[in-house]
Write a protein that binds this ligand. Structure first.
Ligand code: SAH
Length: 359
């Protein structure tokens, strides 16, 4: 059954011509996230915080450690903004990660203000059930500007719309989307885009695809600017790559299966792999320091997730299998352990982070 968005986009393409892939993906994901909770076994995909509380706990320990080592004390006057940071999450889903991380931070006497950047009204509602103390934002712009920021983004950047350039025998073109029967279909557009392609890739063979995510780059630049002004860190966890490369990583997921990204827009989750090299460049342009990316498995193990799993298993013997399976899903190389990467961005003057293999 074709959704509303199929009709809207078809009419748009009929009347104004092909739309860019980034327009298509942006519309599709806005509709998708605004109209449902996509998470969990009954939904389309499951994220790390939904697998186990241990994930959010490790993130909470990491943030508390960064804050305490940057600032030194937890017994300062909490009414002064510089002594009370803001926990900021980009795309918090059901609020599970925030809840687990903040509970863990509280055990270290770190009690930040809570700020969520979330586009979906459905997910805002779910988040408010677990964190009624949160303040919601549409973008980074309105985040508080008077205190340090402890920012987390798990599987957020992969949902932002990508632009693709495609090499043709006549030169590079932007990839656009047209209508083909009851399908949408990507095609090279008509405008020459050669000047937009870095020299390393200029002579790539016909069919090569160069993917960029202007929205992700812009957000990384803006956040790093805030960190420079206010102090703080950004922890990015996502699937992605560490060096600029060619190739399309656009994919669609529906009910835990990979499906065609050009069918039924707005009814399936569209994602692309995150270019960590690009995010790092954008942040470094604002004098931020970068650690990683490292594999999620290595990061979580360095923070002690195995010891945490053992403790949980001791206190709930009936849950041993569930806990050990959750641990494997999070850290094993053939599960999420090496597909997912972790990268930290920190402002000058903040300590070197744990978990990146430098200790
Ligand atoms: N971080 C959560 C959810 C990941 S799904 C978890 O790990 O479980 C992606 C999240 O990003 C959802 O909350 C979605 O609504 C939000 N999101 C996607 N695109 C967005 C955008 N452009 N602006 C704000 N939020 C967005």
């Amino acid at each position: 059954m074709a959704g509303d968005l199929t009709r809207i986009l078809s009419r748009l393409i009929e009347s104004t011509g092909p739309i860019s892939l980034s327009h298509f993906m942006g519309e599709a994901n806005t509709h998708y996230y605004s109209s449902r909770d996509p998470l969990g076994s009954d939904g389309d995909f499951t994220t790390a915080p939904e697998i186990s509380q241990m994930f959010g706990e490790m993130v909470g320990i990491w943030l508390a450690d960064m804050w305490l080592r940057s600032n030194g004390q937890s017994d300062k006057d909490m009414d002064s903004p510089s002594n009370r940071p803001a926990y900021v999450e980009l795309g918090p889903g059901r609020g599970t990660l925030a809840n687990d991380a903040l509970r863990t931070m509280a055990q270290f006497n770190v009690a930040p203000e809570v700020h969520f950047i979330e586009g979906s009204p459905v997910l805002r509602e779910m988040q408010s059930a677990v964190r009624p103390d949160a303040t919601w934002h549409d973008s980074v712009e309105t985040l508080p500007n008077d205190r340090p920021l402890l920012i987390v983004a798990n599987e957020f950047f992969d949902a932002l719309p990508i632009r693709q350039l495609v090499a043709t025998h006549a030169g590079w073109r932007e990839r656009v989307v047209v209508r083909d029967g009851d399908h949408f279909m990507p095609l090279p557009g008509s405008r020459p885009m050669d000047a937009a392609v870095p020299e390393t890739f200029a002579n790539a063979p016909a069919g090569s695809i160069l993917e960029t995510c202007p929205a992700a780059s812009g957000i990384a630049f803006e956040i790093a600017g805030r960190l420079a002004a206010q102090g703080g860190v950004l922890l990015v966890i996502d699937y992605g790559y560490e060096q600029d490369r060619l190739g399309s990583s656009l994919q669609a997921v529906w009910k835990h299966d990979k499906v065609d990204p050009f069918v039924d827009p707005g009814e399936r989750d569209l994602t692309a792999h995150v270019n960590f090299a690009e995010l790092a460049r954008m942040a470094q342009a604002r004098d931020a320091y970068i650690d990683g990316p490292v594999d999620q498995g290595a990061f979580l193990k360095a923070l002690g997730i195995e010891a945490r799993a053992n403790l949980l298993m001791e206190s709930a013997p009936g849950q041993q299998d569930t806990i050990s399976q959750a641990l494997q899903r999070l850290v094993d190389d053939d599960q999420m352990g090496s597909l997912f990467k972790v990268m930290a961005v920190r402002s000058a003057g903040w300590p070197e982070p744990e978990g990146f293999g430098k200790a």
